[in-house]
Design a protein around this ligand. Sequence first.
Ligand SMILES: [Zn+2]
Length: 511
Amino acid sequence: MCAAWLLFAGTVSQAAIEAAPPRGEGAGPFQRLILQNVVVINGTGAPAFGPVDLVVEGDRIAALRSPDARQTVSTDSEVRDLSGHYVLPGLIDLHGHIGGDEQGVPAEYVYKLWLAHGITAVRDPGCGNGIDWCVSEQKRSAANQITAPRIYPYVFFGQGREQPMTTPKQAREWVAEMQQRGAVGMKCFGYRPDVLQAAFDELGKRGMGIACHHAQLDVARVNALTTARWGLTTLEHWYGLPEALFDDRQVQAYPADYNYYDEQQRFTEAGRLWAQAAERGTERYEAVIKELLERGVTLDPTFNIYAASRDVMRERQAEWHQRYTLPQLWAFFKPSKISHGSYFFDWGLEQELAWRDNYRRWMAFVDDYKNRGGRVTVGSDSGYIYKVYGFGTIHELEMLREAGFHPLEVIRAATLHGAEALGAQTEIGSIEIGKKADLLVIGENPLANLKLLYATGHPRLREDGEIERVGGVRYTIKDGIVYDAKALLADVEAMVTAAKRERGIEQLPQY
Ligand SMILES: [Zn+2]
């Protein structure tokens, strides 16, 4: 999903949203911060271990020690006894749009929701607010001038060009210019193959990342295998995969009246697409997996963003909407022929059933890819289709689990594998000595129930008959700076309350 994808990406110029205010939250970094008695899930796929004392010095992880080896703590250390808590690497969301003027949400809202869910790094796939805006936010975050995760700007192919690029030379010049302006990668939807291939080549030479959403308008000539051969690094969503898997057709079985701009129709037909691909275990299926593996392509499935397609009522009624969804975002989600992703004009059981079948096949493919050694990452694409920042990322963890991933494989997808896909694995993505202190701390075991990671926690019946909300990230640590995750969530709630008051409403309107 992306603001610009209905139109030619290069011709769209959007107004940027409000940048984040100067940082008013977070404690530290400390000369020495000691998280005592924690259980560590390190992000590499290793099982949990503890209790240990995790020592952070400045912005780096300095030591993991047994509490038995504890010495007298010098007075300049910041010590937190976190008995019963789990510590994970901060989560990495590889498909995190920082809002846009369509959604009308300020960056502060988006960042605080991300951090409240333990997300310490995001890739902005497209830089919909403009490359310069995105790079400015990236730099401010890197310097901890704002309360925000790390940002990795991947700019839309053609952004900033008045006219479509028509020659390989123009594509190469565009890549050079974007790198100079601070982009670390490119996101595309497909394009004229000769021009796009030149861009891939140039990006590869410069060591930049390449993310592709193989949109239907170009997928007949540029599918997942085409771009894999050109040097694709991450495949966004899933489009382009069924097309690479076709063995009895070359083009999706579009009905005669199909019109790509009719979003209900587009998403209805998309729900029938995996059923047209080669079945699991066939020669074609195996050959595609093998080639994607050999070429080192990362799958960034973003399962959660289509969840409403299989159960729209669940997504529309998610328990966090009333308190944490800004009214302007809610309005954007309302079925509409204008808002992208709001395609529920007359969405019924038949569409949902097709999507459930679509998911079954798609999830099997992603799980097979992981089992053969392929890298799969976590991307949310929140800000569309009833998905709210942070909550969508945790739902993605749930859906990877549903696809067959062990909870430790899910956490690895959200941490070390995300870092690897960004080429940032020497700095972030796992709890290892020398790496950045990007961590999340939670008072429950998320491996037992990944839903515990929702900022709103999880309801549990107590012995005394009362229902208690448990879980939710307690601290998010980025660069050694400790954020109170629940306080960030309270800030978001206050923003939502104020926005409702401004509009003279108490509740989000139901329909
Ligand atoms: Zn997107």
